[in-house]
Design a protein around this ligand. Structure first.
Ligand code: ADP
Length: 634
């Protein structure tokens, strides 16, 4: 009881909570997974769209920049073809310089009034003329050769004192031969265009100019900034700024120049709408989970409540309340379960009441039995008293018999003794008649002594006082002794007495030799007594396993038979003759003497020793008596 209760407790959380928790968990996991996937997709496509947009803008701006560069180059080439410039190159005197300076001044823009515009001579490369404020600066070029586009066009962006510049150059041709260049140092970037471009690309976008090879990054306004990435080529780029902000951008090459135009956008700006989407989705998800959890709880309550009721009812029945039923208010499988449970409880209740009834009946029966038992105890106690009384009486009888037999035997022995003395004729000779009478007296005396011995034996056996001395005895000795005792009587009647198999060796038995001999003497005496003159008495002995049939597992048994050709015994007397004082034929037996005790005593002794004495006989055709005794190991 306690064990099962603790087992129930150990089961933990009720299904009523477990099921909705599980459903909620699964729902949350599923939704989280799908949100994760959706977020990923949205993020990817947003990034893709942003990159495409940036690329488009970068390409457009690069085209604009290219157009302006082409226009500028055009102007320079026109100036390079001017006769004034050629004249200056041919002969630089004050007149040609004045004319050329006027022409060259046309190249000046408001942004770079102080930057050099020079006329170079080839192949020496020295400066033929430089526009003010670099007047008369003939000789060395202002620019490093590395940044000069010798074939005309644009040089790479380079930095001077925190500002970025580039050289623009146009060849001066004399026929097909290049005789010199017009070279102008220019600043990159305009503040004028910056606002418009910002309108175009959005407030968080930034635009930079940079060399296709490498070098400083320049903002639209012409400021140099620390390059956040190196080795940037044309195409999409990703990098992390100095403050850790991540950027995505696109670098478009500006045709006709060695420059790139890069448009960048901070990643967080690109992904801002995705974050908003994620937040909204998360809120929707949370609401969904709440609704799902509530639904799951209601559903599980609908299932678990009836099961709980069933469980309580089953508990009540287990506790002995057999009248307990559950309420069935639904038609589905759970309702069916409830109905089945109620039917089952009704059967249990009925079976229990039957059992109780039977129990009461058996209780009554047990009471009656106990009563009977008590009565039996009383009877048994009475019987015990009676048995003790009987035993006492039997002992008294035996004592009496022993005493009496002693008292009788003493005078008879005296009679026999004196008769013997007389027959020895010590007191004088006797006549034949006297002798005959004395011999009859002696025979009667002996008969009486034997009778008394037999009565005494019987009394002892019946009162359980007989002493049996179990030992290993010789069957041949027992038979030979008995034969020698009976030989004279047999000879008197001219009977043939044979001991068959006398030389077969020893077959020992387990028993009291004195009693065994007494039994054989009795068997032989009867055979001699009830066989007419000239008859035959045969003794045999055999060893068999078992009592009747030969069975290897039975103990070995010795069989001694005495067969005669005498008068036989009628079939209806076969058992009776083993009763004390019974003789088969009263009239005839009287003629043979005896009290009918020999067989009774013999059988009792045989049985006490674990054997038996039996007879096979037919009237007028002789008798066979068989003594059975447990054989001793030879
Ligand atoms: P008894 O002293 O009379 O011989 P037993 O008990 O020895 O007493 O025998 C009982 C009776 O059984 C005998 O009186 C006789 O009628 C019968 N009986 C015993 N042995 C034989 C036998 N070998 N042949 C015929 N009858 C016998």
């Amino acid at each position: 009881m306690t064990q099962s209760a603790s087992a129930i407790r150990r089961r933990g959380l009720s299904l009523e909570y477990k099921v909705p928790l599980l459903i909620t968990f699964l729902l949350a996991a599923m939704l989280a997974l799908s949100v994760g996937l959706a977020y990923n997709e949205v993020r990817k496509s947003t990034l893709l769209a942003a990159n495409e947009r940036i690329q488009r803008i970068a390409n457009q701006l690069a085209e604009l920049a290219q157009a302006s560069a082409t226009a500028q180059q055009e102007t320079m080439r026109e100036v390079a073809a001017d006769a004034d410039v050629h004249a200056l190159l041919a002969n630089a005197d004050s007149a040609t310089i004045t004319d050329a300076a006027e022409t060259l001044a046309g190249l000046r823009s408001s942004m770079d009034t102080i930057l050099p515009i020079e006329v170079w001579r080839t192949p020496t490369g020295d400066v033929a003329y430089a526009l003010p404020p670099f007047d008369g600066q003939t000789g060395a070029r202002s620019a490093e050769p590395a940044v000069l586009p010798d074939s005309g066009g644009y040089g790479p962006i380079h930095e001077i004192d925190g500002r970025t510049f580039y050289w623009s150059a146009a060849p001066i041709k004399e026929g097909d031969e290049t005789v010199g260049y017009i070279a102008q140092l220019r600043r990159i970037g305009t503040t004028a265009g910056a606002d418009e471009i910002e309108d175009l690309v959005g407030p968080r976008a930034a635009i930079y100019f940079l060399n296709a090879t490498d070098g400083p990054w320049t903002s639209l306004e012409g400021e140099v900034i620390d390059a956040p990435a190196t080795g940037v080529g044309a195409g999409p780029v990703d990098y992390t700024g100095g403050d850790g902000t991540r950027y995505t951008g696109y670098a478009a090459p500006i045709a006709g120049t060695p420059w790139l135009l890069l448009v960048e956008l901070p990643l967080d700006a690109v992904l801002a709408p995705v974050s908003v989407f994620l937040q909204r989705l998360a809120m929707a998800l949370f609401a969904l989970i709440l609704i799902g959890a509530a639904g799951a709880w209601l559903l599980s309550r609908g299932f678990i409540r009836p099961l709980k009721d069933l469980s309580f009812a089953a508990g009540a029945i287990a506790g002995g309340d057999y009248s307990r039923r559950v309420r069935v208010a639904r038609g589905d499988e759970i309702g069916e379960l409830g109905e089945a449970f109620n039917r089952m409880s009704a059967q249990v209740e009925e079976a229990h009441s039957d059992l109780q009834h039977q129990f009461m009946e058996s209780q009554e029966l047990a009471d009656e039995l106990e009563h009977a038992n008590d009565q039996m105890q009383v009877v048994m106690a009475d019987m015990e008293v009676a048995r003790e009384d009987a035993e006492k009486a039997s002992r008294a009888k035996s004592d009496f018999l022993a005493t009496i037999s002693h008292e009788i035997r003493t005078p008879i022995n005296a009679i026999i003794g004196y008769t013997d003395l007389l027959l020895m004729e010590l007191q004088g000779p006797l006549t034949a008649d006297q002798k005959d009478h004395l011999e009859r007296v002696r025979a009667s005396g002996r008969h009486l002594v034997r009778l008394i011995d037999e009565v005494l034996d019987l009394a002892r056996i019946e009162s359980g006082q007989v002493q049996i001395d179990f030992q290993r005895g010789s069957s041949a000795d027992a038979i030979t002794n008995a034969l020698s005792l009976l030989q004279p009587q047999a000879a008197e009647k001219s009977l043939t007495v044979e001991f068959e198999g006398a030389d077969d060796g020893e077959i020992p038995y387990q028993g009291d030799p004195k009693r065994v001999e007494q039994i054989i003497v009795n068997m032989l005496a009867n055979a001699v007594k009830f066989t007419d003159t000239g008859g035959r008495v045969t003794i045999t002995r055999n060893l068999h396993r078992g009592t009747e049939s030969s069975n290897a597992s039975d103990p070995p048994t010795l069989f001694i038979t005495v067969e005669d050709t005498g008068i036989g015994i009628p079939a209806d007397k076969h058992e009776e003759i083993f009763e004390p004082f019974v003789q088969a034929e009263t009239g005839y037996t009287r003629g043979h003497g005896g009290a009918g005790l020999g067989l009774a005593i013999s059988r009792k002794f045989a049985r006490i020793m674990g054997g038996d004495l039996t007879v096979q006989s037919a009237e007028g055709r002789g008798s066979t008596f068989t003594l059975r005794l447990p054989a001793a190991p030879s």
